[in-house]
Write a protein that binds this ligand. Structure first.
Ligand code: KG4
Ligand code: ZN
Length: 351
């Protein structure tokens, strides 16, 4: 049933990337175009929502056209249009949502509204091997750090999530205070390789307490260390590398340890990791080692599918289409759209 052939156009404009993709039967990527706005936002050290929405308006049509052309399909060939409706920046989401509704109405193509976090979970299905249910999913991005138990498509239970900053947000804030630009993750990742991760002692918040995360104290600790080094005139290229390496080690340490604990608690042996931070070199290496020694099977999407992309929205859209979970033209964008409304139930519309 889930293998019924479909051709889904995915659209994601949830944050600062305009993306469109065509995916066949939820697994085969025919195209995945991502137009980054990093150049627009980098001088502000973070995303400026108004500029993001305006740029989506300019880019949405060319990006969708390119995705269809690369895939060699026309709108008439599509079995569905899957669009991300939240969570995210509401002005940005509205651009994709309105565009998808217009195309769906004009061409009579079924419309599917997709939760961004669900999209990240299903990016793991675009790799070589499809994870079997049940599995644990760690979604670790600029907006989310969440451990979700996935029992079946649409059956999600939150095991833990961040109480303050998401891991990617902490990366971006630390990069900003070190003057490394936006997005901060890739810059810190590459400088970490040249620094000493043991150089600076940084806290591992909530390490042994439950399954929730907290990264804002870690960010504050980095701010204090940076201020002290600046005062003593010892903030230089070498100490910045050490700060990056020590900060990254603290983040990865917490993510790995909490995830192992959650796998044990849930009695699960399959793990997927997705979201922008899962592109991180050290995170990938540490998780691979941890999974090997603990007998856990790890499903890690390739780097380009870790960060925001529309292929993951199309992959999730395939499953919604198969279930007959279609959206109407009253589909709307929502800045706040949790995948689980509390720690025990899923909150995917229609499921
Ligand atoms: O999934 P994503 O593209 O957007 C959200 O849904 O938030 O994630 C973006 C986040 C940013 O905070 C960025 O700094 C972080 O992912 N990121 C990384 C790396 N690449 C992107 N963080 C650590 N290491 C990386 N290599
Ligand atoms: Zn994302």
């Amino acid at each position: 049933m889930t293998d019924r052939e479909t051709l889904i156009l995915g659209i994601d404009t949830s944050c600062d990337d305009t993306s469109a993709a065509v995916v066949k039967t939820g697994r085969e990527i025919l195209s995945n175009v991502v137009s980054s706005q990093a150049g627009i936002h980098s001088r502000f050290g973070g995303i400026v929502p108004e500029l993001a929405s305006r740029s989506h308006i300019v880019m949405i049509w060319p990006v969708v056209t390119e995705a269809l052309e690369i895939a060699g399909v026309t709108p008439e060939d599509l079995s569905g249009i899957a669009v991300c409706i939240g969570p995210g920046l509401v002005g940005s989401l509205l651009v994709g949502c309105c565009f998808a509704k217009a195309l769906s109405y004009a061409k009579g193509i079924p419309l599917l509204g997709i939760n961004h976090i669900e999209g990240h979970i299903y990016s793991a299905f675009l790799g070589e091997q499809e994870p079997p249910y049940p599995f644990l999913s760690l979604v670790v991005s600029g907006g989310h750090t969440t451990l979700i138990r996935v029992d079946a498509f649409g059956r999600y239970r939150e095991i833990g999530s961040t109480r303050d900053d998401a891991a990617g947000e902490a990366y971006d804030k630390v990069a900003k205070l070190l003057g490394l630009g936006y997005p901060g993750g890739p810059a810190i990742d590459s400088l970490s390789g040249e620094g000493n991760p043991e150089a600076i002692r940084l806290p591992r918040p909530l390490l042994t307490k439950g399954y929730d995360f907290s990264f804002s104290g870690l960010k504050t600790a980095v701010r204090n260390v940076t201020a002290k080094l600046r005062e003593s005139n010892t903030l230089n290229e070498e100490t910045v590398k050490d700060i990056c390496a020590s900060f990254q080690r603290a983040v990865v340490d917490v993510l790995v340890k909490k995830t192992i604990a959650a796998l044990k608690k849930e009695g699960l042996r399959e793990l997927t990791i997705s979201g922008g931070v899962s592109a991180n070199r050290e995170l990938r290496e540490f998780f691979k080692k941890m999974c090997q020694t603990s007998g856990i099977t790890l499903y890690l999407p390739p780097g380009e599918l870790c960060t925001d992309n529309a292929a993951m929205i199309a992959a999730s859209g395939h499953l919604h289409l198969i279930k007959g979970n279609l959206a109407g033209l009253d589909l709307n964008a929502r800045a706040y759209l949790p995948i689980c409304s509390n720690k025990d139930e899923s909150n995917i519309p229609g499921l």
